[in-house]
Ligand binder design. Structure first.
Ligand SMILES: [Ca+2]
Ligand SMILES: [Ca+2]
Length: 366
């Protein structure tokens, strides 16, 4: 019972220290330079791991943590993001084991927080390092030979803060330059610019080419802002589309609206039918559309041929001829309807000639 109480007190003390790095027994600098390549331990799934793993990466980051530590849980997603996104970097959890922070608790917590980076338990090599500080969490950046480059006591408050250190060490260890090529997206092979930049550098994009019928929609990636590898950046385009509206010129009703790609033809709808009018065509061409268009269906009024039936009784006979004669003499009123039926010579009025022409129709001579 007494021993358990001491352990509990130690746990509380350690928990308090985790968020107060100034209580550390030693400064982080004292841990720098330590060779941890000789460590040998087991991962949470029971498989073995040792210091040779560091040779697989330009730089590795090792996060010393315990399941009961809030700050540790806070920064777990940052390590996961680095694990997923930063090339050339190894990410490892280093589990502090005690009565609460057990392998099973760690497995559960990592699963719950979606963390998949490998995590191993402390061995004697790592204990010798972490116990110098005696706080949780601690973070170590380790080179490919297993030598600690940087140690931190306390936790990262953002992914950016972690990323900044990773980029720093990648730049220090691998100060090579990378080539960024900007390429046109439509012509495919047209190279716009080629720029060599150092690790973590940025490139100002060139002005994209103009392509008729296309709109530049952006670059294929924004990684040129933070270059960590050779890069090809492609200008992306979307094809212009236009709206073509077909409209009836008689009543302004939209017959059909169509989306048409630049340079392509619109397909004409069937024009509406209107009594007394004849469709004669569209207001403009739409074989090669390069803008939004309003196309009007054009109509001519259909004027019936005069038939001679001036009194509009359905029969053409000598009475119509007589009526036309009386109208021509001013003895009867000349209505528009009379003109439409009786103006046989098309001069706009009813005259004697019309009367004679109507008589010929009535007699079957025309
Ligand atoms: Ca008649
Ligand atoms: Ca006439």
């Amino acid at each position: 019972m007494y021993i358990r109480r001491i352990i509990a007190l130690l746990m509380v003390a350690t928990a308090l220290m985790c968020s107060v790095p100034s209580l550390a027994v030693t400064e982080p600098a004292a841990q720098v330079g330590t060779d941890v390549s000789g460590f040998s331990s087991t991962l949470l799934d029971g498989s073995e791991i040792d210091g040779s793993v560091f040779s697989d990466y330009t730089v590795s980051v090792v996060t010393y943590w315990a399941t009961w530590s809030g700050p540790c849980q806070l920064e777990m997603p940052f390590f996961q993001q680095a694990y997923e996104e930063v090339e050339g970097v190894g990410v490892f959890g280093l589990l502090h084991e005690d009565g609460t922070s057990t392998v099973s608790a760690a497995v559960e917590l990592m699963e719950d927080s979606g963390c998949t980076y490998p995590c191993f338990v402390t061995d004697s090599v790592w204990s010798a390092v972490t116990e110098q500080a005696g706080c949780i969490p601690q973070t170590f950046f380790v080179d490919e030979n297993g030598v600690i480059l940087e140690a931190r006591h306390g936790y990262f408050t953002s992914y950016d803060a972690l990323y900044e250190r990773l980029v720093y060490w990648l730049g220090q260890i691998a100060p090579q330059t990378f080539t960024v090529r900007f390429r046109d997206g439509l012509t495919g092979q047209t190279l716009l610019t080629v720029t060599d930049v150092p690790f973590g550098g940025s490139v100002t994009p060139p002005t994209p080419l103009e392509h008729e019928g296309y709109i530049f929609s952006g670059w294929s990636t924004d990684e040129y802002n933070n270059v960590t590898s050779d890069l090809i950046v492609t200008a992306q385009y979307v094809r212009c589309q236009y709206r073509v509206r077909f409209i009836c010129s008689l009543d302004n009703v939209v017959i059909w609206t169509q989306q048409v790609y630049h340079g392509e033809a619109a397909i004409a709808p069937a024009p509406h039918e209107h009594s007394g009018y004849e469709f004669v065509g569209w207001s403009e061409s739409f074989d090669c559309v390069t803008d939004n268009l309003y196309i009007y269906a054009l109509y001519d009024e259909v004027v019936p041929e005069p038939d001679g039936d001036v009194d509009c009784n359905g029969i053409v006979n000598n009475l119509d001829a007589l009526l036309a004669l009386r109208i021509s003499c001013g003895l009867e009123e000349c209505t528009d309807e009379c003109v439409s039926h009786g103006d046989m010579n098309g001069n706009g009025t009813i005259d004697v000639t019309d009367a004679l022409l109507i008589l010929r129709v009535a007699l079957g001579l025309a």
